[in-house]
Design a binder for this molecule. Structure first.
Ligand code: OGA
Ligand code: MN
Length: 291
């Protein structure tokens, strides 16, 4: 028999809390399937009050698929190849112990890769607070499946079959313009490589069509003049973020937040600084070539 889980949707078109799961335990298959279904339905889900060692986080997240090794080895949790720190905490030498500025533009993980990450998971070890005890450093989500489903018919026709060029170099350029990512190492030629993905991609599990466009990562739409391309990228990116679309996750220590990178985009609010500490351990599950 499976554990009874409870799903509490957010008031936005994306996001839910899943209650009644201990991710450190041997979650049975029926319960696991229910969690995975909730992730596909709500695009971003949180399991609260979890107590996970690195190995337990890896074991639970590994049930969703093959865990990716991370591209920035300097931020790995020591002794691990698939567990990355997202943190503003500094080591004794004054260097950040993790990625200090992850997600400061709206994006989905790995859009600049030939095979973007399928899911990402963040486990909160330390959460910054203001003087009144309110949590800082929230993470926001939108559903790109909802964004596509709500598009006017004429726009859907206009973008049918279009493809776009994406790159990490474009993301870095945006971060630089916004005065973040100053601490990151320069990109290698390999990391600068451009990839072409459909502007509307099909979810490999649910079959939903999802807008796959980001102001940061998407450089141009093939077959359009650059100004026309810029305008369409801007229009579609804004559409994803329009009024009533955003779910804001306010962190608590022990949260295990997971999201679907095909059907959602996310954004990290950088409204905290040391001595307010933020420390999260991140895993990602590999994906397939978008279609
Ligand atoms: C990420 C990311 C957001 C956050 O880890 O991919 O975008 O709030 N993080 O830390
Ligand atoms: Mn991200």
């Amino acid at each position: 028999m499976s554990t009874q889980i409870q799903i509490i949707p957010s008031t936005a078109p994306v996001g839910a809390e899943v209650r009644g799961v201990d991710a450190s335990a041997n979650v049975d298959d029926a319960t696991f399937d229910a969690i995975k279904d909730a992730l596909h339905k709500y695009k971003a889900i949180v399991l609260r009050k979890q107590k996970l060692t690195p190995d337990q986080q890896l074991a639970f997240c590994g049930r969703f698929g093959t865990l990716d090794p991370h591209v920035l080895p300097q931020y790995l949790v020591p002794g691990y190849t698939q567990l990355v720190r997202i943190s503003n905490v500094l080591d004794d030498a004054g260097q950040p112990i993790g990625m200090i500025d992850a997600g400061r533009v709206w994006h989905s993980d790995g859009q600049f890769q030939a095979k973007p990450n399928m899911y990402s998971m963040l486990y909160a070890l330390e959460v910054p607070h203001d003087a009144a005890g309110q949590p800082l450093g929230a993470t926001q989500f939108v559903s790109t499946a909802y964004a596509y489903a709500q598009l006017p018919q004429a726009t859907r026709q206009r973008i049918e079959g279009l493809k776009a060029v994406n790159s990490l170099a474009a993301v870095y350029a945006t971060l630089k313009r916004n005065n973040v990512a100053s601490l990151r190492a320069p990109l290698t030629e390999e990391q600068k490589r451009e990839v072409v993905h459909p502007l509307v991609r099909t979810h490999p599990v649910t079959g939903e069509k999802c807008l796959y466009v980001s102001r940061a990562a998407t450089m141009r739409i093939l077959g359009l003049a650059q100004d026309e391309s810029d305008a369409l990228i801007g229009e579609l990116a804004d559409w994803c973020l329009r009024e009533g679309s955003i779910f804001t996750h306010q962190w608590q220590v022990g949260d295990l937040l997971m999201w679907d990178n095909c059907a959602s985009q996310h954004f990290a609010i950088g409204d905290y600084a040391l001595p307010q500490r933020r420390l999260m351990n991140r895993t990602t599950v590999g994906g397939t070539v978008p279609f």
